[in-house]
Ligand binder design. Structure first.
Ligand code: ATP
Ligand code: MG
Length: 449
């Protein structure tokens, strides 16, 4: 086990509390991650000082969660979350979910924490580890074990079952048997948890080294059907052809193979989620999944909206999914390459290629050679280098130019500009003001102008 070695600034921070007669412990993820030799990025401290006292002791304090006893102190370049010792009773009293009960001792505070590996504290004045729940031992055994009775603890907060799986996925740990067994029976409490809290944990699973580990645990415990029945419905949907996996194992393999970026991981995970709906059986032959990218993009939007992901991220994910079914060969004309770039968007080509490599890996079950996209990439570089038009902003006419030939601003003008852009993508030589206005003049009758 590694040493706990917080930065000197954190000890300075603790000294201010000590001089005020208060205790200060480093707690939670930082202690765990130091012991594991993992990177530590945020510092949570527990103290017997009340939030008002912390506010008084430091100059720069943000009242982040003062209701829950938490404030953020900006201190010598660190952002330190300071939380007053708490007990579990805030959860137990269902009628006052926002009420906080402060605790007198660090031991009491540690006993309300979720897992033994998260229930250690490092005394910043005595430089001593407090580990009343055997967290170090469980770190050594690579186990996520609930503090106390798992069923009871999950009953207090339905997010904990998902957190157990999140930590197992992130750390490459197993969930201890009794803790794992308590997940299924806790599903009703899990249903009460807000979508935002579920999203944060789910995203951490998706961004872990091997998301499929976490996803398989979610599936086995019944949580996957709760979070995304659409995904769970991909189990057993066979595809044959070149595929070695059913749809769900394919998606697991793809998400593992995708770079650890939220958009790419989520796009990889959901890029075929619409296949069950798109599937058409053919006797004696492999089934077809026509337009499954469209079904999948719609499903991904529904799922990610339900989980309250930001709209901008949802749009990116859905766009990549809609575009993922291209099949390039050297017979593509330059116009076809330009249409492809225009549809995908010049800035999104690299993401789409990353998704495509992950997809290929999930089809054959082993890494795909990224050079397989090399010739398309070269063709794209060539059309991009020619600085041709791919978006309305690149067009040699703007709305005002069309208005000058009596096209009124509005939906018709928008459609006409799009039609002009398509013409330019097919033939870049048309991208001159006079030629485009000529074409627009000819298009007017079609738009009833
Ligand atoms: P990360 O590195 O992902 O931030 P973390 O362990 O710091 O991991 P947080 O969600 O930041 O996780 O929570 C900080 C600490 O607060 C945890 O280590 C745990 O002790 C406690 N904790 C957080 N959420 C819960 C919960 N739902 N129930 C009980 N204790 C919790
Ligand atoms: Mg944390």
């Amino acid at each position: 086990m590694r040493q706990i070695h917080p930065p000197r600034e954190l000890f300075d921070f603790a000294r201010v509390l000590e001089e005020g007669g208060k205790k200060c412990y480093l707690v939670g993820g930082a202690v765990r991650d130091y012991l594991l030799g993992r990177e530590v990025s945020d510092f949570d401290v527990a103290t017997d000082a009340r939030p008002e006292e912390v506010v008084r002791l430091y100059r720069r304090v943000i009242p982040t969660g003062i209701k829950h006893g938490t404030v953020t102190v900006l201190w010598k370049g660190l952002e330190i979350e300071a939380t007053t010792f708490r007990t579990e009773s805030s959860y137990a009293d269902g009628r006052h979910p926002d009420a906080v009960a402060f605790a007198a001792t660090i031991e009491e505070d540690l006993s309300r924490r979720d897992f033994t590996i998260n229930a250690m504290a490092f005394d910043l004045s005595e430089r001593r580890l407090l580990d009343p729940r055997g967290g170090r031992e469980d770190l050594g055994l690579s186990l996520v074990r609930a503090v106390g009775d798992p069923l009871e603890r999950f009953g207090e907060d339905g997010l904990r079952p998902l957190r157990a799986i999140r930590f197992a996925a992130q750390l490459g740990f197993e969930v201890e048997a009794a803790t794992l067994a308590a997940i299924g029976p806790s599903i009703e409490v899990f249903r009460l948890v807000s979508a935002e809290r579920v999203r944060e944990e789910f995203l951490k699973i998706a961004l872990s080294d091997r998301p499929s580990r976490g996803l398989r645990l979610l599936e086995a415990t019944g949580l996957l059907s709760e979070i995304s029945p659409e995904l769970a419905a991909c189990r057993g949907v066979e595809q044959r052809g070149m595929h070695v996996f059913d749809v769900l194992d394919h998606l697991y393999a793809c998400v593992d193979a995708a770079p650890p970026d939220p958009v790419l991981r989520l796009a990889a995970l959901f890029h075929d989620v619409g296949k069950p709906a798109a599937k058409v059986e053919r006797p004696g032959e492999a089934p077809t999944f026509y337009r499954h990218e469209e079904y999948s993009a719609k499903d991904a939007e529904t799922i990610l909206r339900r989980l309250r992901f930001p709209n901008a991220l949802i749009d990116e994910v859905a766009h990549l999914i809609r575009c993922h079914m291209f099949s390039y060969d050297d017979s593509w004309s330059d116009a076809a390459v330009r249409r492809f770039v225009a549809r995908v968007g010049p800035d999104r080509i690299e993401s789409l290629f990353a998704l495509r490599i992950a997809d290929g890996t999930g089809i054959i079950g082993r890494p795909v050679d990224p050079r397989s996209l090399q010739s398309l990439r070269e063709r794209i570089d060539a059309v991009l280098a020619a600085k041709e038009a791919f978006g309305l902003g690149d067009l040699a006419v703007k709305g005002a130019d069309l208005a000058s030939i009596a096209v009124p601003p509005g939906p018709k003008m928008g459609m006409m500009l799009k039609e002009l852009l398509e013409a330019v993508i097919d033939d870049p030589a048309l991208n001159e003001r006079s030629r485009l206005l000529e074409i627009a003049e000819r298009l007017k009758p079609k738009y009833g102008l």
